[in-house]
Write a protein that binds this ligand. Structure first.
Ligand SMILES: NC(=O)c1ccc[n+]([C@@H]2O[C@H](COP(=O)([O-])OP(=O)(O)OC[C@H]3O[C@@H](n4cnc5c(N)ncnc54)[C@H](O)[C@@H]3O)[C@@H](O)[C@H]2O)c1
Length: 429
């Protein structure tokens, strides 16, 4: 039945509501998840459930619309009238495993779509449990991999898909979390931290490059670590886990290298794109700015985007910069359309957890990621190119790793660029 609600401009709207139940009335729900739901006018929170009934009641009173409180998920579902449920619970006190599979499968089995926070499970089997329940209930779930929905990561995906970017060859991701002595041990604080944070990194890698096919972990006794990823299509990537940076430094940085172009994202918000271009020939170029030519206009250069924090816009708020709002908007849209979400469904969660599962085990050894093709790359040794000097006609020889020289006149040219002779001023070596 249509209801009257307030829109973003404070205007009165009449809409068919999406009635949402909330399970887990904790800190993250209060700060980030439920305020994002509140930014979707037609999404109305009508039921709140927490093991602490008092908390559920206070949340219902302060964030709900004629909402009721419950302390048990089944009791909330029995009440009926829910179009979707948002689940923001934490970890099991005994096992350290995420509480999502046992809670979420009860809801999915009853045919109600679920949005669940990360980490979705301790391993891929937990995600499979939820997928089986979704299939049984004829419904779907979306996992809170918020970074995938952040405007900057979304734009990175669009930038690297441009033909001029060429195929991605490598990426390096740096993130502020330590590598535990035992990945997968969720009773150890560092093991749980790793699961909690690395899923963010893994979800972005999965979204932008697909799942790695082969992985290796390297760890310093200090807890500093590196994850090496090899993808079946030839992309190589590293994740640098830096646990001893300054607390004043950004938490993350991602650089992606294409074929002649590259892009980077710092702090989840500062986006740079380097289109194809060159600064001019090595050794003789006298300006750091690229020469202007028919193909290279005067404004050829990096493009930089950063958030604007001056005006009363939504887009500078953390809910909008970090993707909290966008993931919830996508979920509510999926619920209203009755179709599974395009991003971060249980299929993506299964790939992310299969990747994490492959990281469990000894350091310094390669392991395959389940469900991914074998990596069978061949490596070809390159041969020197063949150039002849336009003056002497003599074959030019490789002078270093980049340049060729005529040993008669000293004429030098790059082996990297398609430019013809780049230095012909009689330079002798
Ligand atoms: N995406 C992000 O950026 C981000 C940031 C912080 C936390 N998180 C995630 O959010 C989740 C919650 O974190 P938090 O710090 O808010 O935890 P919290 O402990 O403050 O809140 C969890 C709440 O869930 C309730 N709960 C647990 N089991 C329940 C059940 N079966 N039925 C009903 N209620 C139940 C608890 O009583 C508690 O109130 C975690 O999964 C965490 O990893 C995500």
């Amino acid at each position: 039945m249509p209801v009257r609600i307030l829109g973003r401009e404070g205007e009165i709207l009449v809409v068919e509501p999406t009635r949402i139940g909330v399970v887990g009335c904790g800190g993250h729900a209060y700060r980030n998840v439920l305020p994002s739901v509140r930014q979707i006018p037609e999404a109305i929170m009508v039921a709140f459930c927490d093991l602490h009934r008092d908390k559920a009641e206070l949340y219902a009173r302060s964030l709900g619309t004629d909402a009721v409180a419950h302390e048990d998920v089944d009791e909330m579902l029995d009440q009926g009238g829910l179009d979707a449920v948002v689940v923001v619970v934490g970890f099991d006190d005994e096992t350290g495993e995420p509480l999502y599979p046992p809670v979420v499968e009860r809801i999915l089995r009853r045919g109600v779509p679920v949005w669940l926070e990360k980490p979705p499970a301790a391993d891929v089997s937990g995600v499979r449990r939820m997928a089986a329940a979704a299939a049984e209930g004829g419904t779907f779930a979306q996992v809170g991999f918020k970074k995938v929905f952040s405007p900057a990561v979304h734009r990175l995906g669009q930038l690297i898909a441009q033909p001029e970017f060429g195929p991605v060859t490598q990426y390096s991701y740096s993130y502020d979390v330590d590598m535990p002595a035992q990945i997968g041990n969720l009773r150890s604080p560092s093991g749980r931290r790793f699961l909690d944070d690395f899923v963010h990194v893994a979800s972005v890698i999965d979204q932008l490059f697909g799942s790695p096919a082969r992985v290796q972990t390297v760890r310093s006794p200090s807890g500093a670590g590196v994850v090496l990823n090899v993808h079946a299509d030839g992309i190589v990537g590293t994740v640098n886990l830096a646990n001893s940076r300054s607390g004043l430094a950004p938490v993350e940085r991602l650089e992606i290298v294409g074929t002649g172009a590259s892009a980077s994202l710092e702090n989840g918000a500062y986006l740079r794109y380097y289109p194809p271009g060159t600064r001019g020939p090595y050794g003789t170029s006298t300006s750091y700015l690229p020469p202007v030519t028919d193909q290279a206009p005067a404004d050829l250069g990096p493009r930089v985007w950063e958030p604007e924090f001056s005006l009363g816009n939504l887009h500078g708020g953390s809910l909008f910069v970090q993707g909290y709002f966008h993931q919830m908007r996508a979920f509510v849209d999926a619920v209203r359309a009755g179709t599974p979400p395009e991003r971060c469904g249980l299929d993506a969660a299964a790939r992310v957890m299969a990747y994490l599962d492959a990281l469990v085990g000894d350091f310094d050894s390669w392991r395959p990621v389940a469900g991914q093709p074998d990596v069978a790359h061949t490596h070809e040794v390159d041969e020197p190119q063949e150039f002849s000097c336009p003056d002497s006609g003599r074959a030019m020889v490789l002078k270093d790793g980049w340049n060729y020289v005529c040993r008669d006149c000293g004429r030098t040219r790059s082996g990297q660029s398609a430019d013809a002779i780049t230095c012909g001023a009689g330079v002798r070596t």
